[in-house]
Write a protein that binds this ligand. Sequence first.
Ligand SMILES: Nc1ncnc2c1ncn2[C@@H]1O[C@H](COP(=O)(O)OP(=O)(O)OP(=O)(O)O)[C@@H](O)[C@H]1O
Length: 777
Amino acid sequence: MNAADQDRQQEQQRVEQVIAEIHKRIDGLREQVGEVGADIINIRKHFWDDVTVNFEDAIEAVETYASIKQQAEVLSERERIHRHALNQLRTLNRLLHSPYFGRIDFREDFEQHAFPIYLGIASLLDENEEDFLVYDWRAPISSLYYDYSPGPVQYETPNGTVVGEMTGKRQYVIRDGRLLHMFDTGVTIGDELLQEVLGKQADSQMKSIVATIQRDQNRIIRNERSRLVIVSGAAGSGKTSAALQRVAYLLYRYRQILRADQIVLFSPNSLFNSYVSTVLPELGEENMQQTTFQEYTEHRLGHQFELESPLVQMEYVLTAMKLPGYKERLEGIQMKSSVLFMQAIDQYVSQLKQSGILFSPIIFRGKVLISAEHIRDIFYSFDTNLPIPNRMNLVAKKLLGELKILEQRERTKPWVEDEMELLDKDTYAAVYQELRKKKQFRDDTFDDFDREQELLAAKIVKRHFQPVRASIRVLQFIDTPVIYQQLFSQPALLRSLLPAKTELPRYWEVICEQTLEKLAKGELAYEDIPPYLYLQERLEGFQTNNLVRHIFIDEAQDYSPFQFALIQRLFPRAKMTVLGDWNQAIYAHAYQSDSFDAVSSLYDPQETETFVLTKTYRSTRPIVEFTRQIVAGGELIEPFNRDGHEPSVTEAPDQEALTDMIVSRIKELSANGHQTIAVITKTTAEAQTAYEALHEKLPIRLIGTTTTSYDASTLLIPAYLAKGVEFDAVIIYNASSDCYERESERKLFYTACTRAMHELHLYYIGEKSPFLAAVTP
Ligand SMILES: Nc1ncnc2c1ncn2[C@@H]1O[C@H](COP(=O)(O)OP(=O)(O)OP(=O)(O)O)[C@@H](O)[C@H]1O
């Protein structure tokens, strides 16, 4: 046996020893889980047997309470142990499959020998609980594996820097307890392993990347210093992956003080939510909270307006070019999402401090109870130096005081008497009891009757005033819709809000008309939602959530400055990680932006760190070499060296031939073992047409705005819904110039093409898209 074989044999033996140890632990834990589980059932069943219940007097009652409490504590402690053991069992079962994926041999300075450190998804101690058989990939020492090749190394621990030498680095592929491969690696980690991982078929769920995290990704994952982390990275460079492993890292690093529900991920849509939802559980962690900006706005404004969804706006932008008002709306979208408009709203708010806020009167039973003018006078009687939200709260307080007096006056109104006649017996009985309790009954029956009537009247009026009180508490007397509307009903107002010499948008008057028209119908266009909400929060005060500690914003190029400002103020105690790619900025509002300045201006530059990822892992080298020619600056995108088929661009003579070609391509791709095949269209409307043509010829699933998950199969999907996800093979349904021609469609086209992992095929009829003109296959 040569040295290499011997080495491999030793490694195989170690795998077996560790697995045997894991089995032992599992057996022990199963026994414990069973016993504790039985205990819990037993305690629940006989809970009351061990409790002496006696409420005869106060002392007995206290004793009864103490005995219940003690019994409940025993139960809850057993349940805690049970939960903990179950979690451990789950982790051990995961380790059983693959106990570790890497090893480094590390010699600390001043030590004589190097020691092997094995890395896996969780730590495992030996039988005596002294030495680590496996280190968690997130442990301080594990960072060496990701950051260095053999040679002098150092890593940070909470107690300072540890310096030493790495004398070896090795990777393993262990499946079902068997060592399949091992590689000694040099300068970069895992080219072999990466090849293998990236060469696999796509899945409808994202996978964790802990075994092959790259050095620049590791810096993002382990960043603890910055309040704001900005990651700007090419399509497929691992931004989402880095974000998710970062969540897992933070949950480990701060496990004593941080829970998964204190981390929020803002994602582009629900399909993406389900795509990434298995990564953390795969790593043995609970999922963070996941949401979309749309969900948040629905919750804040859904009761006031009918809100347009981003996808409906997108479909309009992509299909309504020939409709009147199109270019004006597009300009409106850009203006309303700009830093300039945010500055204008800030300026507007500071003008409103002096005058101009409009209020709604307080109405009761169809009549004005407190007039809007009176509320305005109260508001403007307060010191103008106080922030508006503070003054609003003072107004609310004053109004509630006034309401009390008005409520008393209301009790003698005829409607109250009318309502009293309709009261049921129970209410009468309750009032009678109340008066008895207060000992207000005397023997004088006339007085008794009057008191009863008074109390009934008070109760009736109070009940009717309840919603009025509630509306005052939530500051509903501020007429935000009209305050927002003013910005458009007086087109000249914007001029006074913008810095001198700034040009107004060319079509501002038409934009104003369009906005007023929508508002009058109780609708809020998608581009109006962030500025409206921002204005509302600046008037009412930002509703803050102080529990959340980390915010992740993926596909951040799709967020406007307003959205960043809102999210930052909504979560004032949270650190923020923002990840995006300006080449994939597909929303109309971002056509002219190319930086994250809007978000970085919200934080101190000292607290901000920016990372750029240029290497891309998703697609094969030929696909990246093809797609990077579509966008400006694409030459900076560096493909991971994985070979594959050249992308193809095929002309079809007509629609029928196009359908046939796509059908036979899908069949061929399936025959070659590809499972997730996506036919990507530009719009939902086009996806529908394609579906009509294709679904009778082969099984295909149409993905729409309401789809929340998908399986490994053949899918038809509009490009903007495919954001963030990936497929084995991508077919671009219509890459002709009728479809992708305007400069604004370039990034959408690029986004669609970059979803492909192994194969990319484009079809067109007539002229091919000008974006392909400069692309050499
Ligand atoms: N270090 C890595 N090891 C293994 N796979 C990786 C690594 N980094 C990225 N990948 C893989 O590359 C693919 C793309 O990663 P991811 O979706 O995180 O990229 P992204 O930058 O968010 O892409 P996009 O902007 O196009 O949505 C995924 O399949 C991911 O698993």
